[in-house]
Design a protein around this ligand. Structure first.
Ligand code: ZN
Length: 376
């Protein structure tokens, strides 16, 4: 059974319908998330993110956990009865049993648990994985760019590991970037400027924030491409050869730290309100995933204004006309303004990845890659 599981997790490609494999995999994944969810109920001080924790509706989360258990169990039972992928169902049952033995959806949360402990963002990982998978796989099936590309495409494991780790270390990233922003840019804060920004209407402030953030992001991103030492960090992100909702997660954690600090700096200095920053976080969270998705969007003339997958896929291509182009993350006009927009006769690039393909495969090797002497 474990050999089969290893084979399954190390393979990629389309899951053929009608054999219970697709439903079996979904049930197993749900069961894994349920066990992790129960653990998060037991140890909220270490396994949940304080920023999320504060706004949780605990009864609702219990319901979610309960229905996830029912769905996973029901699917596994169905497959068991119809003699499909029995080994997968057995594993799923074992995990559901474990989740129930640990208290299932009825785990009591001690309301007086200590705040301010070091933590990993397990809840953020579970919720974002569930939400992103649901939303973006749906969009990718609805408006596919490459219809034949399966959800479990080559190297999905590597990108999934990046996704997992970058979510787990969310607490460290928040702490480190906040500290760095305050230390490095505290001197630039001017009360008059902040008062002016705070008086702006919501929509204007949000537009200004996204524009400022994208201008900084553009400069930082361009530096990643044009300074060789920085490129070695950023090359990890560019080594993806299959573009989809998970591909954007492949990002070196040091790059995440540097970029976030620099993009947050002007936001902090200008003193935007919490509501405006929250709205920006939703936008940047969506576009960071969506721009890499296996989706085709036709915006007509608006394509000169807003970044879509159609724009950002070119940034990841190996085609000569697209090297070091299309840097923007939100507003495409920034690249048109600075003369770095891709001009091509074709609608989509031919190949993705780094020219020369010298970035190693696998999460750990990619983490180490920028500090080694190999590659261009
Ligand atoms: Zn890039």
């Amino acid at each position: 059974m474990f050999d089969r599981l290893r084979q399954l997790t190390q393979s990629h490609g389309e899951i053929r319908p009608g054999r219970g494999m697709a439903s079996g995999v979904v049930a197993l994944l749900l069961a894994v998330l349920c066990v992790l969810g129960v653990l998060a109920f037991h140890f909220p001080e270490y396994l949940t993110t304080p920023q999320l924790r504060r706004s949780y509706n605990v009864p609702l989360l219990r319901q979610l956990l309960y229905w996830a258990l029912v769905l996973a169990g029901g699917t596994a039972l169905f497959n068991m009865v119809f003699a499909r992928v029995r080994w997968l169902s057995t594993l799923t049952f074992a995990l559901i049993g474990l989740a129930l033995a640990l208290g299932g959806h009825q785990v009591q949360v001690d309301p007086a648990f200590p705040d301010g402990t070091p933590y990993i963002g397990l809840d953020w990982f579970i919720l974002d994985l569930l939400g992103s998978a649901l939303v973006f796989v749906f969009i990718e099936k609805l408006f596919p760019l490459r219809r034949g590309q399966p959800v479990f495409r080559p190297e999905w494991q590597t990108d999934f590991q990046h996704f997992l780790v970058n979510h787990m270390i969310v607490g460290f990233v928040l702490l480190a970037t906040n500290l760095a922003v305050h230390r490095l840019f505290g001197w630039a804060v001017k009360d008059g400027v902040q008062a002016w920004v705070r008086d702006l209407p919501f929509a204007v402030a949000l537009l200004l924030l996204v524009l400022v953030a994208d201008l900084v992001q553009y400069a930082v991103h361009r530096a990643y491409h044009e300074v060789p030492a920085l490129w070695r960090l950023h090359a990890v992100h560019h080594s993806v050869k299959c573009m989809d909702w998970l591909a954007g997660s492949r990002q070196h954690m040091l790059e995440v730290l540097i970029t976030r600090t620099l993009v947050l700096a002007p936001i902090f200095v200008l003193g935007f309100s919490k509501e405006v920053i929250d709205a920006y976080i939703v936008i940047v969270g969506f576009q960071a995933v969506f721009n890499h998705a296996n989706v085709s969007v036709r915006l007509g003339p608006l394509r000169y204004l807003i970044v879509t997958p159609n724009f950002h896929h070119w940034h990841h291509s190996q085609d000569t006309e697209a090297i070091d182009k299309n840097y923007a993350a939100h507003f495409a006009f920034i690249d048109h303004l600075f003369g770095t927009a891709v001009q091509s006769e074709r609608e989509w690039p031919a190949r993705y990845g780094v020219v020369g393909d010298y970035v190693p495969r696998g999460f750990w090797r990619q983490l180490w890659f920028p500090f080694t002497g190999k590659g261009e």
